[in-house]
Design a protein around this ligand. Sequence first.
Ligand SMILES: Cc1cc2nc3c(=O)[nH]c(=O)nc-3n(C[C@H](O)[C@H](O)[C@H](O)COP(=O)(O)OP(=O)(O)OC[C@H]3O[C@@H](n4cnc5c(N)ncnc54)[C@H](O)[C@@H]3O)c2cc1C
Length: 485
Amino acid sequence: MIQNSLWLQGFKENKQKPKLEKNKFDICIIGGGIAGMSVAFHLKDSNLEVLLIDQGTIGFGATAYTSAKISYLQELPLSKIASMHGEEASRNYFRSQKEAYDKIKTIIDKYKIDCDYVHTKEYIIAPTEKEIVKLKTEKNYYQKWNIPYFETQSLSLPIPVSYAFGVESAVFHPLKYLYGLKDIMKNKIDILENVCAKNITKNQDIYSIETDIGTIHANYVVVCTHYPFFIKPGYIPFKTHVEKSYVTATHTENTQALSCITTGTPLHSVRYHQDYLIYGSCAHALTNHLDDEKNFGILKKRLQDHFQKKPDYMWFNQDLIPNDGLPFIGETESEHLYLATGFHTWGMTNGTLAGMIIADLILKGNSPYKELFALKRKWNLNRIGHFLVDGSRYGKIYLQTCLIKNPKFYQNHVCVTYENGKRIGIYIDDNGVRHKVLNTCPHMKCHLVFNEKEKTWDCPCHSSRFDIDGNIIRGPSKNSIQFLE
Ligand SMILES: Cc1cc2nc3c(=O)[nH]c(=O)nc-3n(C[C@H](O)[C@H](O)[C@H](O)COP(=O)(O)OP(=O)(O)OC[C@H]3O[C@@H](n4cnc5c(N)ncnc54)[C@H](O)[C@@H]3O)c2cc1C
């Protein structure tokens, strides 16, 4: 069994640090996941000089760990958005997702991107009678707006189905798609891997992006780093929480052109890729259920119970869930500085949409979705409620990590302790070598928790990850943690 994403098989990590040959550009895009690459793609014919930088290898962030369903049937977004922002906003959200869904297909067809794109039927499933009401409320919007759908009470899947409705949908290989985009942009967009943005400042109308290989100047900056590496502008940590969920890929002879996701708990997510069943489950707020060994154990058991299979690949992913149900795509309060994040586990359409919207905003000064995804949005009671729940989650986990330094699931080779007032994490490897690091995340000072499964120190609040020697693996922290010995 491989403890990594199926999508990374055959893709090589680039470890080479580039040189900064040129440091002035019209536009600098930070982040080369589906969002950043889509922004670059939509700017490629603009005659503007565009640079895209990524702190690692293109596509190796959250996009490499997705299930890669391309769908506008996304659990129950329409009811949620209608309750928070009104029905017109909900309808607009639907339009945006359908447009992005169609756009992906158009790009793939036009440029003949070989990315295992397969047309499927995607269902949302109510496993119990209780869940049916929620599904039917969502379906009412489809009826009202004349969106084609089909319904059923049984599917050829070994998971409980009381009622399901579905739409035409698709799946693909996310990295093959991104590398297809990269090929198309060759000679039009400069792409530099292994360049980490540390800070952005503005002097008159020019932005300076401080990176680990020098400073880059640009008139426009687009931040597509999944979780932004700064708090202001945008204040994203106060408008989102992180959700973590787990995925397996298992060889099967019974593939189908069918995808699904269930409502309620436990979550079951299914799609197929070539001769693999891709099954996901165990979604939870990052602040809860810290024991990954246990979480993967539950995932394995569900796969066994329902499909009588053992996983060939197993991985997890994390995504930002906005507290008012809508992603953040648009200009920040700092003019010409753009942000795209909060895709609430539907980044294939929303990342693509980020490309369309931000390119429109830069090139035309407007987008039909400018208001819908604007970073500055009204607060209402419902949103305040979600904000308070998220806030109490952060408070609870902070307190919990203060009171319990070494949770029961830590094995003998891991220990958190205090030395000279500093919180220290120690991991002893198989050769008996001690790896001692500071145990506080540089981003917002949360205490890090050891991930036994992947041998990393993880932030239980905002999803930064560090290796046993403190080197940063994934932001929002822009810095590593101090290695002590
Ligand atoms: C379990 C799970 C399953 C999912 N399945 C689906 C699905 O089926 N369909 C779907 O539509 N969505 C799905 N999603 C959501 C989707 O995976 C994400 O929303 C999407 O991949 C996010 O793309 P991104 O471009 O914003 O981020 P990323 O892919 O993470 O890209 C951000 C890039 O920025 C770079 N970066 C970060 N910080 C810096 C810095 N300081 N300087 C330079 N570069 C930096 C990173 O290296 C990274 O490459 C799923 C999410 C989860 C949790």
